[in-house]
Each structure stands twice: as structure tokens, then as C-alpha cells.
Design a protein around this ligand. Structure first.
Ligand code: PLP
Ligand code: ZN
Length: 426
């Protein structure tokens, strides 16, 4: 395998991050661009020494911090001066109280949409990439790369441009036009691969092992432990925006499952640090029926997630072999949640429902979470009387193709009042 690090890993200082630890056997290794445990080949994640003993002081420090994810820098693997560096400053997106949607769904408690379409490149991926860029800088990488279902490619292109790094990103060749344009416009290299996301990912693993990949930081492969931590900021923001309270239920879309597992990690950290009061919460995962390996395993009571070949309009969630699938199953079962799926027609209906009730235009992934929320309420699995947060992780303008066939103007008329009346709209 090619040498991946340019800096000496013992010099690396990433705030409260102290080591990489194996999610399977707990073996620890020094911080560096590694992603698999040398003892058991399990996935690695960041281990921290988090600031403890003064929750009120920490809360105040966070509240007076920047209006971006950097307010949570004391809990992230980033240097203390992160906010002063050139980056896209994602985060602090709106938590929208969705009373109209709640009424339509029969929710009697409170319903909130965490709307991450408001990030710089219009998806939650800006959060994870922002952290990966800091790791890339620390390890001396000069090229930022990724395998992507679309949103990540755009986020990497934009973040690399801002950070002054080269980017080279890889996507399945047949993605939505909005995703392709957003991935290409920032001026890096964009490579369409003839195959599914899983083929793209396999190709990237080969590239990392080749001398070509020397000096390359693949945000979701050799930088994955750092990248993944960015999703914790969703947990922090949701709780802060609820007045430092845990929600009762959260509905989260699943592709690799990383976002879901890291939101759970973030919630547990807030409890351990005394920033929120400890109480039970339930985590629900949402998939599209045409790519639902985790939902299938959940419903069948299996611990093994069997890979599938995706076929769905929700292309951002089309990962047939999700790396974090088994961890998602654990979390859904441990918290008393569930994993459910909806078909493509239900995804489009849910996109329109959210737009019509709350004025939020979600991408297909948001249609999946709203559709699954509706299904879980109808089946009595989600409690309508509790505080529920549903994630919209991307902007509908990127996936116009999905809703275009079912939307059109109410009428096309001559510019006259008579014509307006004749069209039955006056
Ligand atoms: C809009 C959107 N939502 C959710 C996800 C799921 O993320 P994860 O792979 O962390 O499960 C993705 C992944 O690409 C995405 O693009
Ligand atoms: Zn291990």
C-alpha cells in the first residue's frame, strides 16, 4: 500500500482527539490517515479527551462561539483555531417547527424539520467535509478526493477550492444533472464511473493502494474516521436549538449509515458531558425501497446486512453495501427505534407534502425521511405525542428530475384578465 502520510503522525494536534480506536475490538492507534484496525480490520473512529466537569461553562463557550459548526470545536477533531482558517463554515442550519406538516401527519406532540439544505453546497455533506479538510491539512495531503453519490462530490469540490487544495472526485456516471453540475463547477476534476456507487467505492480503494494515490486524502476512505465526526454536529445543533434538550425521536436517512451512527454518538456525548439531561431517545432509519438492505435486515431480525443492487430515484441514498449497516441495526434496536423504507412514488409524494405544508423543497433523501415518518406514524411505530425531529439532508433543486414529471404550471395563458378567468383561476 502507498505511504499515505506526509507529516509525522506523532506531531498531529487535532483538539480533543487523542487516538483512533477500533469500533470492534477497541485497539487504539495514533491519529493518522488510517481507517482499518491492524488487529481485526474493524473500522476506526476517533477517541477523545473531552472537556469535563463544567457543563455550564462549556455551554456558554459554545453559545458564544461562531455561527457555524465551529462553535462545537471543543468536541471535534479539529485544531482550536479552526474558525480562523479558510473554510466554508457550514452548520447552524434551521430547525423548523413544522406545525402544518404535523397536523397532516396526525402528530400531536411537536414536529421539527432539521433543514440541512441551507448549508453552503446545499446538503449535510458540508459538515463532514469541513472536518475532513482539517485532517487533510494536518496530514499534509495536497489532493482531496471521494467516492460519492453526488452531494459529497459537490461538498468536496467547494471545500477544496476554498482551502486551496486540488480535488478529484468520483461518482456513478448517471447521476442527476443538478448533482453533476454542482460537483463540476468548483473547478476540480470530476470522474464519472460506469457502475454503481459500490463500484466507485471499490475503485477508490484500489486508487488509495496505488502510488497514484500518494498525497491524496479520500474523505470517506482514508480520512473517514475524521470525516464521519462532522455528522455529530447535527446532534449538537438539534439539542441546542431545542433549548439544550434531547428530542424523543429522530428520523434519519441512511446511505452508508455513517450519519445515523454519529448522531447517536453525538447525543451520547452531550449526555455524558452534562450538556443535556439524560433521558431515552429513539432513532429511526429511513431507506428507499429500491435500496433498503438495512431496513430488510431490521425487519427480518438479522444482524447481517446483505448487499443489494440499487434501483431507486433516491440516488444519494443508493449505497447497496452500507459500511455502517450493522451499527445502524444495533442503534435502532438498542434505542427502541426502527428502520423502514418507502417506494419511489411515496418519496415524490412526501417531497410535495413537505413543500406544500412547510415551504421546504427537499431532495429525494428528504422525501425518504418524510415518507418513512408518515409510514411509521400510520403503523403506530412512531409515537405522535412526542417531540420528533425529521432530517432533510439536501436541497430539492439538486434532484429536480425526480419531481419534474409530476409538476407543471396550473395554466399557461395569454397575458389578459379574461384568459385568467377562462382558465378557472379568477
Ligand atoms: C442528501 C443525503 N442524505 C443522506 C445521506 C446518507 O448519508 P450516510 O452515508 O452518512 O448514511 C447522503 C449520502 O450521500 C446524502 O447525500
Ligand atoms: Zn480491531
Amino acid at each position: 500500500m502507498a505511504v499515505q502520510t506526509v507529516s509525522n503522525s506523532t506531531d498531529i494536534s487535532l483538539g480533543p482527539a487523542v487516538a483512533l480506536s477500533c469500533r470492534e475490538c477497541g485497539e487504539r492507534t495514533p491519529l493518522g490517515p488510517s481507517f482499518a484496525c491492524v488487529a481485526c480490520f474493524g473500522p476506526l473512529e476517533i477517541a477523545y479527551e473531552l472537556p469535563s466537569g463544567d457543563p455550564a461553562g462549556l455551554r456558554k463557550r459554545i453559545e458564544s462561539g461562531p455561527n457555524s459548526i465551529w462553535r462545537y470545536a471543543p468536541l471535534l477533531p479539529v485544531p482550536e483555531d479552526v474558525a480562523s482558517k479558510p473554510n466554508l463554515n457550514p452548520g447552524l442550519t434551521k430547525l423548523v417547527k413544522a406545525d402544518n406538516l404535523a397536523r397532516e401527519l396526525g402528530i400531536t406532540g411537536s414536529l421539527h424539520i432539521k433543514d440541512d439544505s441551507g448549508n453552503p453546497t446545499h446538503s449535510f455533506k458540508d459538515r463532514v467535509v469541513a472536518i475532513a479538510v482539517e485532517a487533510a491539512r494536518a496530514f499534509g495531503f495536497t489532493t482531496l478526493s471521494c467516492s460519492s453519490t453526488g452531494n459529497l462530490a459537490g461538498a468536496v469540490g467547494a471545500a477544496a477550492a476554498r482551502a486551496g487544495l486540488r480535488s478529484c472526485v468520483f461518482i456513478p456516471h448517471d447521476l442527476e444533472q443538478g448533482k453533476v453540475v454542482m460537483a463540476a463547477v468548483y473547478g476540480g476534476d470530476l470522474v464519472g464511473i460506469e457502475g454503481t456507487y459500490d463500484d466507485v467505492n471499490r475503485f477508490c480503494s484500489e486508487l488509495i493502494g496505488d502510488p497514484i494515490g500518494e498525497g491524496w486524502g479520500f474523505v470517506n476512505v482514508n480520512l473517514r474516521p475524521y470525516y464521519a465526526e462532522g455528522s455529530k454536529t447535527l446532534a449538537y445543533e438539534i439539542c441546542e436549538q431545542l433549548g439544550w434538550r434531547l428530542p424523543d425521536q429522530i428520523v434519519i436517512p441512511i446511505a452508508s449509515g455513517s450519519q445515523l451512527t454519529k448522531i447517536d454518538k453525538g447525543l451520547k456525548e452531550l449526555i455524558a458531558l452534562g450538556l443535556v439531561e439524560d433521558k431515552p431517545y429513539k432513532i429511526f432509519g429511513a431507506q428507499a425501497e429500491g435500496c433498503s438492505p438495512v431496513s430488510r435486515a431490521f425487519k427480518d431480525g438479522h444482524d447481517v446486512v446483505r448487499p443489494v443492487r440499487p434501483d431507486t430515484i433516491a440516488k444519494s441514498l443508493a449505497i447497496g453495501n452500507p459500511a455502517d449497516g450493522p451499527y445502524v441495526l444495533d442503534i435502532a434496536r438498542r434505542t427502541g427505534g426502527a428502520v423502514e423504507d418507502v417506494n419511489d412514488e411515496q418519496v415524490v409524494d412526501a417531497i410535495k407534502l413537505l413543500a406544500r405544508t412547510e415551504g421546504i423543497f427537499a431532495e429525494t433523501a428528504g422525501g425518504v425521511t418524510v415518507g418513512v415518518t408518515r409510514k411509521l406514524i400510520e403503523s403506530g411505530v412512531l409515537d405522535p405525542a412526542l417531540t420528533t425531529v425529521v432530517l432533510n439532508t439536501g436541497d430539492g433543486l439538486k434532484t429536480l428530475d425526480a419531481v419534474a414529471p409530476t409538476t407543471r404550471p396550473s395554466a399557461v395563458i395569454r397575458p389578459s384578465l379574461d384568459a385568467f378567468r377562462e382558465a378557472g383561476l379568477g
